[in-house]
Design a binder for this molecule. Structure first.
Ligand SMILES: NC(=O)c1ccc[n+]([C@@H]2O[C@H](COP(=O)([O-])OP(=O)(O)OC[C@H]3O[C@@H](n4cnc5c(N)ncnc54)[C@H](OP(=O)(O)O)[C@@H]3O)[C@@H](O)[C@H]2O)c1
Length: 292
């Protein structure tokens, strides 16, 4: 199996039965500086060329700039006939203060314009704010009806929030929850991940290499040395070993984009996983969900 097939074979299944690769690309810090735009579009086109098909962005990132840069790269690829819209899975997020019916409609339309698409594949509430959840569910439902979004989900929701959401009318339509999960930040493994696994609701692991810090971790480097891999690749492979987890590492560097992509080929052994458990103990009880 080549690395393209390997990465695409690691998949997560959504509640509607659709499958998507378990490796996506994060875009936080993209689109913040106009001077970097050309290089960022180039990095995103390289990502498409490498095989990335899932892209995570947000109206917050670069104040819409990340959506614009992503849109520019996708349009260029579609115009060149390299890929089609249906090959790509676009995730974007709405600010909590835009999570009411009218504000969400406007926010979503602005995201669609910046991305240059007619529909987003997954629209997430970035974190829980003051708008009542039932109003947010209704707003998401309206956008689904209008065809602006294919499905919706949440981010930074702990189990109690998920239970509350699920109990509301329409709440069971939630398709995903994106939270901080990495080998060093394992709190979500205790209760949230099993809860989501039981519902076939993917858990999207953000900051999976602790914003770059895990690339220099010695315990990961020791495991990596057995495989001729890097510490960052082991950090990602440890997440791929968990069913129902999608990791969305960010990189704007072609070499690291390739490195992270190749992590999907890395099969950790039981010995590797036991060593990681010793270096980064599994949670032994419930802790509040970590957030970045
Ligand atoms: N829902 C939320 O509240 C939330 C919160 C945080 C993040 N997110 C999403 O999750 C994505 C990923 O999280 P993140 O960006 O916070 O952190 P991350 O993916 O853990 O790390 C990204 C950082 O690590 C560097 N990096 C990437 N690959 C590397 C490698 N192989 N070796 C060494 N360094 C590497 C990147 O630099 P280079 O670009 O220079 O490679 C960047 O500085 C975000 O981009 C965003 O889409 C969501």
């Amino acid at each position: 199996m080549n690395s393209f097939d390997a990465a695409l074979r690691r998949a997560v299944t959504f509640p509607d039965g659709s499958h998507r690769p378990a490796l996506g690309l994060g875009t936080w810090r993209y689109g913040e500086m106009p001077a970097c735009r050309r290089l960022e579009v180039r990095a995103l086109r390289a990502a498409l060329d490498i095989g990335y098909r899932v892209f995570d962005t947000a109206e917050m990132y670069g104040d819409g700039g990340a959506e614009q840069v992503l849109g520019e790269a996708l349009q260029a690829s579609w115009r060149a006939g390299e890929l089609a819209r249906e090959d790509i899975f676009i995730i974007t997020k709405v600010y909590p203060h835009n999570a009411g019916t009218r504000a969400m409609r406007k926010a979503c339309e602005a995201s669609l314009r910046r991305l240059g698409v007619e529909q987003v594949d997954l629209y997430l509430l970035h974190w829980r704010g003051d708008v009542p959840l039932d109003e947010t569910i209704a707003a998401f439902g309206e956008l689904v009806q209008r065809g602006c979004i294919a499905r919706w989900g949440v981010s930074n929701f702990d189990v109690a929030d998920m239970r509350e959401l699920e109990a509301l009318p329409g709440g069971r339509a939630c398709a995903a929850n994106q939270v901080y999960l990495s080998v060093s930040e394992r709190g979500a493994e205790y209760e949230l991940l099993p809860w989501q696994q039981a519902r076939s609701m993917p858990l999207m692991a953000y900051s999976p290499i602790d914003q770059g810090a895990l690339a220099g971790n010695e315990a990961l480097a020791r495991v990596a040395a057995r495989h001729g891999a890097t510490a960052a690749q082991v950090a990602l492979a440890a997440l791929f070993a968990m069913p129902g987890v999608m990791a969305i590492p960010k990189s704007a560097n072609e070499q690291r984009l390739r490195e992270n992509w190749a992590a999907a080929q890395l099969q950790l052994t039981n010995e590797d996983l036991a060593d990681l458990d010793r270096a980064f103990p599994r949670p032994s009880g419930k802790k509040p969900l970590a957030m970045i």
